[in-house]
Design a protein around this ligand. Structure first.
Ligand code: UD2
Ligand code: MN
Length: 584
């Protein structure tokens, strides 16, 4: 009996320990999809290796993707279909006035429905992706300072209308201390209709967009945060393609393709050629640039509509795991108001274990203004010198290595003398997170920067270039390339008179170059991928010779115009003295 009993126990144990797990395995395999779909959302904060997450699947059967919305019904009316709207004569004066106030024609915007239809600018392929159905929920954060009411509300309406409700936690409007009346009670009343989906919080003083975004992130509840400017219209099915990469790897920041909305007519159009991909890079003066997607990245994907890696992004529009954003410290709280925060976050993400992906199937329209209508407020008074350079300097001093810092100061010499506040906490964060170094970033991520902006040779001279004949200084006259330049009274404060002659003969002014032909001397676009130029400075005679023209840079004694004349070392109108300048 004892033996019999033992035999039964063995059989039962065998059943429990072998058959049940086997059955379970079989069962769970066949239900892999459901299993993945039912993953507890909390698991996203655990280390990646413990989690199996599903990814988007391209549908070969020709049926539309699982989250593909129905076509929007055709509508007639101003701006419908994303068409340009031209104000009737009677409203043009008001339109011009609003353009002067907002940098965009708010009168035009006021004539267009908040819920207008827009064209579907996505690649055809984008309609045929299935997305995991248990994507995380997003808080969309819009920070604003003195924006127009109608363009702000059109942003909100477009999000509500084009986002599957199950993925939208909330829309948070963060008012950065606006002073316009219709952003007060009128705004508060208007958003009541969204039954709490749209929340409004306000700064009690001007913080600038960077700190205001960090505040929005802290106060949001979604697992993912999405930042958009307050003058956007999201495209069809814009959100799931942004959420999917984050779902598969919480350290990916995703960036949509930005379409253009015309500041005058509100026309909605692509700024890129169809199916052609770009990614975000920078030049050594830290101006944001875009470059065609290098083959090396393009070929990592099977479909041209798939996301691809990018070194950086324009700044305004992106999605990110909220906890990851906060683990990285949000934006550097020492950055002021506007600019450079896109690089700060990008370097931090890449060098501290994450990555950035641009997502072709997510498209969002943005109004590029005609000019920046606001000033930087009291925060700017804290800074000696330009606030944007202050931000750039913080970022490069924290994240660059010595070699690359030198390129920045070569390109932007005055930055050497500018204040950047205290960056010790940023450097400490970099150490604490064991972030990789900048040469790793350049080699493995931003390698295409070098193909457009090679390593910069040092400056032989920089500062103002004074003509000894007229005692006037080389001056871009505030013109933008391509344009003829001249000379004017030496003011000693750089800006339009700040030129750099590098060791390879390139004469630079900001991000532009100076070249000449027999007709004159011009500011031109530097030839991408080159850092050399035709200029040779002869120390003994103080002449600046053009190696191809074999002529010397001169001021014409009669016309006072710049001219390329036959070199004559006794002619003081051909003699130049470079002198460093200092910030005022
Ligand atoms: C671009 C970015 C912008 C930001 C900026 C650099 C895009 C499309 N836009 O400039 O998001 O990264 O570069 O910092 O990539 N705002 C405030 N407080 C301020 C100033 C602005 O809340 O003190 C708001 C403003 O109302 C808007 C957003 O910040 O919603 C971005 O400002 P912008 O539209 O003037 O910047 P933009 O598009 O020229
Ligand atoms: Mn903007």
């Amino acid at each position: 009996r004892v033996q019999f009993k033992r035999g039964r126990i063995v059989r039962i144990a065998a059943c429990v320990f072998i058959v049940v797990p086997l059955l379970y395995l079989l069962f769970s395999k066949s239900n892999q999809l459901q299993y993945e779909a039912s993953l507890n959302r909390k698991s996203l904060s655990e280390p990646d290796k413990y989690i199996i997450r599903s990814r988007p699947v391209f549908k070969a059967d020709g049926k539309l993707g699982n989250l593909e919305p129905p076509l929007e019904p055709y509508k007639e009316g101003p701006g419908e279909g994303g068409k340009a709207y031209h104000l009737p004569e009677a409203y043009r004066a008001a339109g011009d006035a609003s353009l002067g106030e907002y940098g965009m024609n708010m009168e035009t915007s006021n004539h267009i429905s908040f819920d207008r239809t827009i064209p579907d600018l996505r690649m055809e392929e984008c309609k045929y992706w299935d997305y995991p159905l248990d994507l995380p929920k997003a808080s969309v954060i819009l920070v604003f300072h003195n924006e127009g009411f109608s363009s702000l509300m059109r942003t909100v309406h477009s999000i509500i209308k084009r986002t599957p409700a199950q993925y939208l936690e909330e829309i948070i409007l963060v008012d950065d201390f606006s002073s316009k009346a219709d952003l007060d009670q009128k705004l508060e009343d208007y958003i009541q209709r969204f039954n709490g989906k749209v929340r409004l919080i306000r700064n009690t003083e001007r913080e600038g967009l960077i700190r205001t975004r960090s505040r929005g992130a802290k106060e949001s509840r979604g697992e993912v945060i999405v930042f958009l400017d307050a003058h956007c219209e999201v495209g069809l099915n814009w959100l799931p393609p942004l959420l999917a990469p984050i779902y598969s790897d919480r350290k990916i920041m995703t960036v949509p393709v930005i379409d253009g909305i015309d500041y005058q007519t509100w026309e909605f159009r692509s700024v890129y050629e169809p199916d052609h991909h770009y990614r975000g890079i920078f030049e050594w003066g830290m101006l944001y640039k875009e470059n065609e997607l290098p083959e090396r990245e393009a070929k990592k994907r099977k479909y041209n509509s798939e996301p691809y890696k990018s070194p950086t992004h324009a700044g305004g529009l992106f999605a990110m795991d909220r906890a990851f954003f906060l683990e990285l410290g949000g934006y550097d709280p020492g950055l002021l108001v506007w600019g450079g925060e896109n690089f700060e976050l990008s370097f931090k993400i890449w060098m501290c274990g994450g990555s950035i992906e641009w997502v072709p199937c997510s498209r969002i329209g943005h109004v590029y203004r005609s000019f920046m209508p606001y000033n930087f407020g009291k925060l700017a008074d804290r800074v000696k010198g330009p606030l944007i350079t202050y931000n750039y300097k913080r970022v490069i001093e924290t994240w660059f290595d010595e070699k690359h810092k030198a390129y920045f100061y070569t390109r932007e010499p005055l930055a050497m003398f500018l204040d950047m506040g205290d960056i010790s906490e940023q450097v400490a964060l970099r150490d604490k997170l064991h972030c990789k170094d900048f040469s790793w970033f350049m080699k493995h991520v931003a390698y295409d920067v070098y193909t457009k902006f090679p390593e910069l040779p040092p400056n032989l001279f920089w500062g103002e270039a004074k003509n000894l004949g007229t005692q006037k200084c080389l001056d871009s006259m505030g013109r933008t390339a391509p344009a003829v330049i001249g000379t004017s009274y030496c003011h000693g404060s750089g800006s339009s008179q700040l030129f750099r002659l590098n060791a390879e003969g390139q004469l630079g002014h900001g991000e532009r170059c100076v070249d000449a032909d027999k007709q004159g001397v011009k500011l031109i676009f530097c030839r991408l991928g080159t850092v050399d130029g035709p200029w040779r400075f002869h120390n003994s005679t103080r002449q600046l010779e053009h190696a191809i023209l074999k002529r010397c840079l001169s001021v014409h004694p009669e016309t006072n115009q710049l001219a390329m004349l036959r070199c004559d070392e006794n002619n003081s109108y051909q003699q130049w003295r470079f002198k460093e300048v200092r910030p005022d």
